[in-house]
Structures are given as structure tokens and as C-alpha cells.
Write a protein that binds this ligand. Structure first.
Ligand code: GDP
Ligand code: MG
Length: 370
């Protein structure tokens, strides 16, 4: 649903299709009038044509529970949140698995890691990094369009034996649109046909200038297969994170984003939540999207029960009254009555909206305001 044909986009911007196709070509994408492009590419393109992009905002209720600004003195450093993106088969999943494994071998407690959609690792130098275990552009885009900004750093994986491909370009556009810094992981370096410099020169055409080409985007050669370069990649991420000076206030009611959620036969609705600010605790009452609940249990990425989860920590949350959607925002509130009222309001508002727009997609609403 997060896509639009080139022809339709040109139509909505009141621009000539041939001009739009030409602009896309400049961005390195060979597409015809009838082909679709994704929301982030469309957003960049709209800006290129000098139009304004207005993302669909949330209901009035959202404003009510929007968090008050933190005092600078209350802010403490937090771990960076990292999303891995890149072309299909370039090794996103393998890299996530390899990073998790090297760190487990390196002495992390827990042994076999339970899959909860995100995990944290500690580098040799002691930096903590949170990885979103949801590689793929669809997840990134859908979360962003739902208002959940859950990525501080994008690791762009490019296979050294394949170089820059269409989804590599898409990933670059996603990162640029979200204004998230990028680190390039040149993967599959163990392959005899690996040609990392081809990757570097290819990236130049998309205005990604890596350090080896005298730019300021860090590039690290890795192999998910052998584990080579992974520690260097983790240090590159930690360095980038340091520059960002990421902070949050652990001493407040929690807010976070749903990474994934499902209805579990034995445990009921379960959501993996990445806490973004504050600390989520057992017993907390919360509203999440159109659902609400009271935290019955929190389970960390090692499968252990924990009493609380602070900023940048992913946890599985039990105690929901319904199943939320990935990208939904969780807010802790004071009372059950309040949680119920907000959730009910949102459910009704969403129903009204669906009825009003019929089959229109989020992207189309976005474009309507362009
Ligand atoms: P994704 O689609 O980006 O998630 O890619 P996958 O992680 O599924 O990897 C695609 C294929 O490439 C699989 O067959 C992997 O085993 C292989 N692969 C991934 N990383 C490496 C690597 O560093 N070296 C080699 N030789 N193969 C790799
Ligand atoms: Mg994969």
C-alpha cells in the first residue's frame, strides 16, 4: 500500500510524467510511467519538485498524551537503535544473526537467544547497541508513516559481489528521507568475486561518499559468513552513535513503539516494544494504538523476565487487551479509565476514517496534501 505509480504521482503534483521519469533517472531509478515507487522515494521526489509533503497526522487524543519536553538535566545517554537495510540477498538477515552470535560467543549471558524482534549487544569497548530484527524497507517505511521514529542509524548492506542494486537505492532514499545517518557494510568479502571498490564507486552516483573515497560515510568490509569485520562494524556504529549524543529521560512514564505484535495462543496478545523514553515497569497502565493494557510481565531479548525496561531497551510486553500493530506508539497513562477512553476514542476515530476514505491508502492521503 505504501507505493504509488509514477504516472499517478506526476498527476497529483501536476507535473509532466516525462519530467518525473527524468528526475527518477537522475536518482538512478529506471522506471516507466506505470511502475510504482515507494513512499520515501516519492517524498524525496516531491521535495525535488519544490512541493511540500504533509504526512498524515494522528488524532486529537494523540496530542493530549504527547509527552512534555524533558529538562536537559534529566536526560541520560541511551543506546542507539540500528536498522539494517539493503537489497534482497545481500545478507541483512545473515548479518543480524552473525552479530548476535559473535556477541553471545563473546560471553553474553543467556545462551540461546529468544527471538523477540530486537536485541541488544555490548561491544568490546562496552558500548550497548540495540538492533531491530526487522530488516526490510516495508517495516521501516510503515513504522515511519505511523509516526514511530525507531531508527537512529541505518546500516546499509551491499554485497561486494553484486554492488548497488535497486533496493540499495531505495534504502539510501529511506535513510535520507528519515534524515538518519548511514554506515555502509560491504558484505560477502569472503567471496573470490568480491569487489568492494565497485561498491564504493557505485555509491558515489547516489551521493553516498564513503570514507575511503574521502567522504564522511563510514564503510566497513565484512563477511557475515566468516564473521570477519563484524567487530569493526560494531565499533563504527558505536562511533556514529557517540556523534549523535543520543539521550532520553529514564525517570518518567514510558513511551515506546511496537516492533511486532501477535496473538499468542497461550499468553494472549503479545507485543515487542522498544522503549524510547522513560522506563516501562510491571504494573504500568498503558495505551498502545487502539489497544490498552496493564503490564503483567516484561520479557527481555534473552527470554528472561525483567521488572523494568529503560530507554532503547526492547522488551516483550504481556497484559494487552488486544493486539496492536507494528509501529503503534505505547504511552503509559495514570488510570485504567483513561487508557480505556483513549483506546476507545482511537478505535472509533480509525473506524470513521476508514469509512470516510474507503479504499484510499495512507500514501494517497499523504499525496492529497502534497
Ligand atoms: P537478505 O535477503 O539480505 O536478508 O540476505 P540473507 O541474509 O538471507 O543472505 C542471502 C544469501 O547470501 C544466503 O544464502 C546467505 O547464506 C548468503 N550470504 C550472506 N552473507 C554472506 C557472506 O558474508 N558471505 C557469503 N559467501 N554468503 C553470504
Ligand atoms: Mg532477510
Amino acid at each position: 500500500p505504501e507505493a504509488i505509480t509514477v504516472g499517478e504521482l506526476a498527476n497529483r503534483m501536476a507535473e509532466r510524467t516525462s519530467d518525473v521519469v527524468k528526475e527518477l533517472m537522475k536518482m538512478g531509478m529506471m522506471v516507466t510511467q506505470t511502475e510504482t515507487i515507494d513512499a520515501d522515494t516519492a517524498e524525496l521526489l516531491i521535495e525535488e519538485f519544490g512541493h511540500k509533503v504533509v504526512r498524515v497526522s494522528d488524532s486529537d487524543v494523540e496530542q493530549v498524551i504527547e509527552q512534555a519536553e524533558d529538562k536537559a538535566s534529566d536526560l541520560k545517554p541511551r543506546a542507539p537503535i540500528i536498522t539494517i537495510m539493503g537489497h534482497v540477498d545481500h545478507g541483512k538477515t545473515s548479518l543480524l544473526d552473525a552479530i548476535r552470535k559473535t556477541r553471545v560467543v563473546a560471553g553474553e549471558a543467556g545462551g540461546i537467544t529468544q527471538h523477540i524482534g530486537a536485541y541488544q549487544v555490548t561491544t568490546d569497548n562496552g558500548s550497548v547497541l540495540s538492533f531491530l530484527d526487522t530488516p526490510g524497507h516495508a517495516a521501516f517505511t510503515s513504522m515511519r508513516s505511523r509516526g514511530a521514529h525507531v531508527t537512529d542509524i541505518v546500516v546499509l548492506v551491499v554485497a561486494a559481489d553484486d554492488a548497488v542494486m535497486p533496493q540499495t537505492i531505495e534504502a539510501i532514499n529511506h535513510a535520507k528521507a528519515a534524515k538518519v545517518p548511514m554506515i555502509v557494510a560491504i558484505n560477502k568479502m569472503d567471496k573470490p568475486s568480491a569487489n568492494p571498490d565497485k561498491v564504493r564507486t557505485d555509491l558515489l552516483q547516489h551521493e553516498v561518499i564513503v570514507e575511503k573515497m574521502s567522504g564522511d560515510v563510514q564503510d566497513v568490509e565484512v563477511s557475515a559468513a566468516t564473521g570477519a569485520g563484524l567487530d569493526k562494524l560494531l565499533e563504527a556504529i558505536a562511533l556514529q552513535a557517540e556523534i549523535l549524543e543520543l539521550k532520553a529521560n529514564p525517570d518518567r512514564a514510558a513511551m515506546g513503539a511496537v516492533i511486532e505484535a501477535q496473538l499468542d495462543v497461550g499468553r494472549g496478545p503479545v507485543a515487542t516494544v522498544l522503549v524510547q523514553n522513560g522506563t516501562l515497569r510491571q504494573g504500568d497502565i498503558f495505551v498502545v494504538g487502539e489497544q490498552w493494557g496493564k503490564v503483567r510481565a516484561l520479557i527481555d531479548d534473552k527470554g528472561d523476565r525483567v521488572k523494568e525496561a529503560g530507554p532503547s531497551v526492547p522488551v516483550e510486553v504481556l497484559g494487552l487487551n488486544g493486539t496492536p500493530e507494528a509501529g503503534d506508539v505505547l504511552n503509559v497513562v495514570d488510570t485504567e479509565a483513561q487508557a480505556r477512553e483513549i483506546a476507545d476514542y482511537r478505535m472509533k476515530a480509525a473506524k470513521d476514517k476508514r469509512a470516510a476514505i474507503g479504499a484510499a491508502t495512507t500514501l494517497e492521503q499523504l499525496m492529497a496534501n502534497a
